[in-house]
Write a protein that binds this ligand. Structure first.
Ligand SMILES: [Ca+2]
Length: 298
């Protein structure tokens, strides 16, 4: 039995100790990244900040003992994941994984058993709606849609649809910081929404060394940082919520084997178990979901 406070401190220390404040993952020549071809697609890296001098942001905002080199990960545990789940939102709460899936005619909100990857409660979205990011706020689940400009609010226990709300951008990722919903739309801007009225209350331009970081996708608020995976990339930006500055990168390349990757889509899905200090990641149509531990690069 873990003590919540101790676990929280431990996970804060873990994140602080393990994350890269120094520089982004080194750019890889097009097509050279083994096993990544399936997810590179036609995506360009235009607009993504790269090649910044090492140490340019050293120490800024860093917790004591932070790693200052590239971050690597190790897999703590590998779980099955529904290979037909086009994962668009991922949250962990009280031993349950909440997952929002996309694609027209296939979009769902579901509660998933971590150990088996099977869902034991689900609701289908209308066939003309493409489900996107989800977050839990109080006793509600909030789910975005891609181009429908409509958010759905459900009762967390029953998944009864309580209300809908409108927004004027695309909907991609969603998380919250305890007071505000934080939303991405595939650009370099994050939006803050009031969690009750869903009115936009602000926005954040996400930059790495002054350059816009585009294609921000699935989000997770972890220990005072916004984690955002970059669409069509195997990396996660660690964003300061007050400034939008990318403090460092987590390189998640190599989670799937080349064989697994062949039938999978891109990395998408970050969830954090606050009580247990566990970080989970998966992707669209991935056969596995991983608990990972972040470590400084040797
Ligand atoms: Ca998430």
């Amino acid at each position: 039995m873990r003590i919540r406070a101790a676990a929280l401190l431990a996970c804060m220390a873990l994140l602080a100790a393990c994350c890269d404040y120094g520089k982004p993952s080194p750019p890889e020549p097009e097509g050279s990244a083994e096993g990544q071809a399936a997810q590179e697609g036609e995506g360009t890296r235009e607009g993504l900040a790269e090649g910044a001098p090492e140490g340019a942001i050293e120490g800024e905002g860093a917790a004591p003992g932070v790693c200052e080199t590239d971050c690597i990960y190790e897999i703590v545990h590998s779980y099955p994941h529904d290979p037909e789940a086009f994962t668009q939102g991922l949250v962990f709460d009280n031993s349950v994984l909440y997952e929002g899936t996309g694609l027209y005619g296939h979009s769902t909100l579901r509660k998933v058993d971590l150990d088996t990857g099977s869902f034991f409660q689900a609701v289908d979205l209308p066939a003309n709606v493409f489900g996107e990011g989800i977050t839990l706020f109080g006793d509600k689940v909030i789910q975005l849609t891609w181009r429908e400009k409509t958010g759905y609010v459900y009762d967390k226990a029953s998944f009864q649809l309580l209300q809908q709300f409108a927004y004027d951008t695309e909907g991609w990722g969603l998380t919250h910081d305890g007071a505000r919903l934080i939303m991405s739309d595939g650009s370099s801007t994050l939006y803050f929404l009031d969690p009750i009225t869903f009115a936009r209350t602000g926005s954040l331009s996400v930059r790495y060394n002054g350059r816009a970081v585009n294609r921000l996708n699935e989000l997770e608020y972890v220990n005072g940082e916004i984690l955002a995976n970059i669409w069509q990339e195997d990396r996660v930006a660690r964003i300061a919520p007050d400034t939008g500055r990318v403090k460092g990168w987590i390189n998640l390349g190599g989670l799937l084997t080349a064989e697994e990757r062949a039938s999978a889509d891109v990395l998408n899905g970050i969830a954090y178990d606050v009580q247990g200090g566990r970080l989970f990641v998966t992707g669209k149509l991935w056969p596995k979901l991983f608990e990972i531990r972040l470590l400084p690069k040797p």
